[in-house]
Write a protein that binds this ligand. Structure first.
Ligand code: MIG
Length: 799
């Protein structure tokens, strides 16, 4: 296996000089004397696609990653020819293509700043073993350049100085820097001289990225087959780069049901039914909010997917209904391995219809997983996906299961060297037959997609909920995900924080970790600190393997239970805030969690920060990552921040100590923000929301906030039945003005807001609501800076 790029390997081949050039609408082809073709497609003014072929023929243009909804079109395109180069000019970019060797350099069209420049540019080795090429690209690292993204890599937020491999891998108890692990997201954002661009290398073969590790001034990426096929995405804002990448590879096809943003409880394994009930009852008894309960592999009959153990779950429909009546959504695991068993209908159907993967010479791909020897559906065949999706009918429509958890879909196989399919396994790949070398990284994605199709169909008119372990770019369209088999250690708490941030920066925001750690057992302190972090992750679930004892909110004694309850309650209060952040992500591709560098790339202090992050638009959080801590130092990005617990104000741009005993955590609210809150509920929908609380954080100057709501499930919101409130706040020394602009056709169930004002620098005398004046004494609530106001107000003056 060739790991290094050009330096040590002498067999590299390079394009020679351009002999012809042609332009066809948005696509330019440059052909060299030795038969290399570079094709540049102008997707958008700020997005260019580069493809190279060394054989004179491009592959059939098919990608699992790119969504059909990706934006296309540009405002400007012109090509100039100079003696030594062509220059492609769009409204945002100038791309030089060197006539001598196809090397490119990309500039900001307005400022002429150099953004990204090839070093050797495209080069390749012939792959004598497999045919085709090992395709390579190298770029000059600019001064001070740093790198972010690549999905779930358990490394630091900034990837500079490291090399990574992309090969979806089951990684039980991985550690910091273990590579590769479960996901392949070959996309990074680079930042230098205050400007950011991104590279999405859409190649599903085993691939590598080197960020100045092999050579200090060079970044490079390469793959063991396929085409050099990548998208260059210009910002200059990092958030624009990520949003444009998410536009290319897709946003979630619908919002999650609100309950999916609630708290989830999982364990390998809760069984039998009595145990499940014991757990769910305990949540209600202790008044710890919880919306979802998971059944791991032991619910099945001999690990056969789509069956139920008669002994442990004799009447699943009744049980699921009873759980639902108590507010619990039942989520079950489904693995890809189908037990070889002639009496088992799923196996028989798969066999009869020729749906299972085969080895190159014809035998089935046989591998051992939980059920024993299995065959595996070829999810890269659309007909197989359709079949698979229909297998969910009984589970969802009949039994009432609300979500499905796809595990082991790397695919993980126990007895085969490499713990996955061998390279020669054949796949349909949407009618582009290929080996597992090409399909491996997208296998789990296609399984999750097929599962999603089933849920979408049979949960209708409710929204589907799926969670997957393996993923490739674009999987975020179908499903949520978790970070796999982590460990109950303090280091892993920090890894979970970083992974969630980096997944969000890689277009995949619906992410969380196994809270408390999957392997081994946390102590109460670690568990509480992990819950504190977890309530800010888009997906919030405790999960652990059975072998090391219990891991429920009440496992660690009353003190810890109280802390855990307090933070889960906070998550439930913040549901409208989190839902709004999700909506924004689903609309615009803006990550739900923002590493500080994404929040303020102009501040170089943020470039190497990993602990602090912004959740949504207004909340700055920083987990406590050490035992026995009474607080910690943390960095405050630009702006002015209210301590959530004390209302004390901190100026951004400095590092400071923050107190945070075990029952607390550093949480700050951006000044000028309006934070919407629901009352604490034991599960989503327990209560009719009869009032929306708005916490208003005073600021001198202007700030806007938004609150998105809808029916919390179903698809009416797509037809316009949503409620979007835009608030604009303007604070002056003796006056606070809040204006509301409302859109959408959904009528929220409550009539009033309860306003709670924080940090007001003056004593309120009167309030003018839509031109009607009230004395504050008359509307004030319990002596506080708090009052109730009709939800339809448009213009509020507080004086
Ligand atoms: O081989 O289903 O990551 O969450 O509990 C282990 C049992 C299989 C791995 C998953 C984990 C799950 C476990 N699974």
């Amino acid at each position: 296996m060739i790991l290094n790029t050009e330096l040590e390997y002498k067999g590299n081949l390079f394009p020679s000089h351009i002999i012809s050039y042609e332009k066809n609408l948005d696509t330019l082809n440059f052909t060299t004397e030795n038969g290399v073709i570079l094709q540049i497609t102008v997707q958008r003014d700020s997005v260019l696609r580069f493809r190279f072929t060394t054989s004179g023929i491009f592959e059939n243009d098919f990608s699992y990653a790119i969504t059909k909804y990706a934006s296309r079109g540009y405002n400007h395109l012109e090509v100039e020819e100079e003696e030594d180069k062509y220059i492609i000019i769009t409204a945002k970019l100038k791309c030089h293509v060197n006539k001598a060797d196809l090397r490119t350099a990309i500039y900001d069209a307005q400022t002429n700043d150099l953004i990204c420049e090839d070093e050797l540019g495209f080069h390749w080795e012939e792959s004598y073993e497999f045919g085709g090429d090992i395709v390579k690209m190298s770029k000059v690292a600019q001064e001070g350049e740093s790198y972010y993204g690549l999905g779930d890599k358990p490394a630091d937020v900034n990837l500079k100085g490291k090399r990574f491999e992309n090969w979806v891998t089951d990684s039980y108890a991985y550690g910091k820097y273990t590579d590769p692990i479960y996901k392949t997201i070959p996309f990074y954002t680079a930042l230098h001289h205050k400007k950011a661009y991104g590279i999405f290398f859409d190649n599903t073969f085993r691939s590598y990225f080197d960020f100045c590790q092999e050579r200090r001034n060079i970044s490079s990426f390469w793959a063991q087959g396929g085409e050099m096929n990548y998208y260059f995405i210009y910002g200059p804002e990092m958030s624009e780069v990520v949003a444009n990448y998410t536009d290319l590879t897709g946003k979630p096809h619908q919002l999650p049901p609100l309950w999916a943003l609630g708290y989830h409880q999982c364990k390998w394994s809760y069984y039998p039914e009595a145990k499940v009930k014991e757990i769910t009852n305990k949540f209600r008894e202790l008044k710890i909010p919880c919306d979802a309960i998971y059944l791991d592999i032991d619910y099945m009959e001999g690990f056969r997917c789509f069956t139920w153990s008669k002994e442990y779950f004799p009447d699943p429909k009744r049980m699921v209904k009873e759980l639902a009546d108590d507010g619990f959504k039942t989520i079950v695991i489904i693995d890809p391995g189908i037990k070889i068993d002639k009496e088992y209908s799923v196996f028989k159907e798969g066999l009869d219809n020729d749906y299972f993967c085969k080895r190159a010479d014809g035998p089935y791909m046989k591998g051992k997983v939980w059920p024993g020897e299995c065959y595996f559906p070829d999810f890269t065949n659309p007909e197989v996906r359709e079949w698979w999706s229909n297998l969910f009918q009984e589970l969802i429509e009949e039994i009432g299961v609300k979500g499905v958890w796809n595990d082991m879909n790397e695919p993980a196989v126990m007895d085969v060297p490499g713990k996955s399919f061998p390279d020669d396994v054949r796949h349909d790949y949407e009618g582009n037959p290929c080996s597992h070398r090409k399909a491996h990284n997208i296998y789990g994605m296609q399984m999750a997609r097929a599962t999603y199709q089933g849920l979408k169909k049979f949960a209708y008119p409710k929204r589907p909920f799926v969670i997957t372990r393996a993923a490739y770019s674009g999987t975020q369209r179908y499903t949520s995900s978790w970070t796999g088999d982590n460990v109950a250690s303090w280091e892993h708490l920090s890894i979970a924080n970083i992974q969630a941030q980096r997944m969000c920066m890689s277009g995949f925001s619906f992410i969380g970790s196994d809270i408390g750690g999957f392997a081994e057992q946390p102590n109460g302190e670690l568990y509480a600190r992990w819950i504190q972090l977890g309530i800010f992750h888009p997906f919030c679930r405790t999960h652990s393997s059975g072998d090391h004892g219990d891991q429920e909110p009440w496992t660690f004694g009353k003190n810890i239970t109280d802390v855990v309850r307090k933070f889960i309650e906070l998550r439930y209060e913040l549901l409208p805030y989190l839902y709004t952040a999700f909506w924004r992500y689903a609309e615009e591709g803006i990550p739900i969690l923002k590493s500080l560098v994404l929040y303020d790339q102009l501040d170089t202090h943020t470039h190497y920060r990993s602990d602090e992050f912004i959740c949504g638009e207004k909340i700055l959080a920083c987990p406590i990552l050490e035992p026995n801590a009474k607080g910690r130092r943390m960095y405050f990005p630009t702006g002015e921040w209210y301590n959530y617990w004390t209302d004390e104000i901190v100026e951004g741009g400095q590092e400071l100590w923050v107190d945070a005993d075990l029952d607390s955590m550093p949480i700050f609210i951006k000044s000028g923000a309006l934070i919407p809150k629901y009352p604490v509920q034991q599960f989503v929908g327990e209560k009719e929301i009869d009032e929306l609380k708005l916490d208003v954080y005073f600021k001198i100057g202007k700030e806007t906030s938004e609150v998105y709501e809808d029916a919390h499930d179903g698809y009416d919101y797509i037809k316009g039945r949503y409620s979007l409130r835009n608030f604009s706040l303007t604070g002056k020394t003796t006056e606070l003005v809040i204006q509301q602009h409302k859109s959408g056709k959904y009528t929220t169930p409550y009539d009033t807001f309860k306003l709670q004002l924080h940090g007001l620098p003056f004593k309120i005398k009167k309030v003018i609501i839509d031109k009607v004046e009230y004395s504050f004494k008359d509307i004030q609530l319990n002596g506080n800076n708090s009052f109730i106001i009709n939800k339809d107000f448009t213009d509020l003056h507080i004086l």
